[in-house]
Design a protein around this ligand. Structure first.
Ligand code: FES
Length: 273
């Protein structure tokens, strides 16, 4: 087996001079963030994807040269993580979560619908180069199951119909708006550059947490439940004051404060203590 087994023979030549110069400049920027150059490999692989649309053979060679590694070492890392693509990726990676909860809530049905509608299977790309379909593992968004990701932006509470409309819009070149995050989904190369550590200014755009995610916190806040407290402050409630803070019975201690605050109650106001 060769060092680049699994990678197609595209992009075997070097980069065009202006592209190469920009890559070198970006590489120096990335390497400067780490104590050792080789630590820059993960963002470097995203950088390569921002130019080639996947981790190309020339990209592997470039990373190896810049970081003082062998092509085999770079390939070993690139083939480990699913975010690094081993063949040209579509403009939009459409990832359908088919992990346990999403699968039960309809993720499997969404995947089957998209696969049939697009005529492609897992890790395959439509002929127009627009959409790469993937089954993905849990996106830590189970409270919005079933979830579909487009270039790692969330589309919550999907159905086979909404997911089909979503990919149709992408293939028509229309902007699509994630449930959370920025107002539109950028293409794969653009997002790859952001993941390489070159912000596009959109990171703080739009809501980051949906209503379902904050309901527990909100309930705890409204009811002043003990578990709403940070461990540091919870220690006081449990009779273990932090350094320099009053002990139970001292003036200013929680025992001297009006009752009610910090007392867990039911919805109808009954004291649970
Ligand atoms: S199972 Fe789909 S987001 Fe967790």
């Amino acid at each position: 087996m060769t060092a680049n087994a699994g990678f197609p023979q595209a992009h075997t030549g070097g980069y065009e001079p202006d592209v190469y110069d920009q890559l070198v400049q970006d590489t120096q920027n990335i390497i400067a963030r780490y104590p050792q150059a080789r630590s820059a490999l993960l963002p470097m692989l995203h950088l390569v994807q921002s130019i080639d649309g996947f981790v190309s053979r020339r990209g592997i060679q470039f990373c190896a040269e810049q970081l003082g590694m062998t092509a085999a070492e770079v390939s070993a890392v690139a083939t480990f993580y699913t975010q690094y693509k081993r063949k040209p990726n579509g403009d939009y990676t459409v990832g359908v979560c088919t992990n346990t909860l999403c699968a039960m809530m309809g993720g499997d049905a969404i995947y089957e619908e998209l696969s049939e509608h697009l005529g492609i299977g897992h890790d395959e790309t439509t002929e127009d180069g627009k959409v790469t379909l993937e089954r993905v593992e849990c996106n830590a968004a189970c409270d919005f199951a079933p979830v579909v990701m487009v270039n790692w932006e969330f589309f919550d509470n999907q159905t086979p119909d909404t997911a089909r409309t979503l990919v149709d819009e992408l293939r028509l070149g229309n902007d699509v708006t994630p449930t959370r995050g920025p107002s539109k989904v950028c293409d794969f190369k653009h997002v790859s550059r952001v993941l390489a550590g070159f912000p596009d200014g959109l990171a703080d755009e739009g809501p980051s947490a949906g209503e379902a995610s904050v309901q527990g916190t909100q309930w705890a806040k409204n009811h002043q439940a003990p578990h709403s407290q940070h461990p540091d402050t919870a220690a006081e409630t449990q009779g273990t004051p932090r350094d320099g803070e009053p002990h139970t019975g001292d003036e200013g201690s929680s025992a001297e404060r009006p009752t009610g605050a910090g007392t867990p109650t039911t919805d109808d106001g009954k004291d649970l203590t």
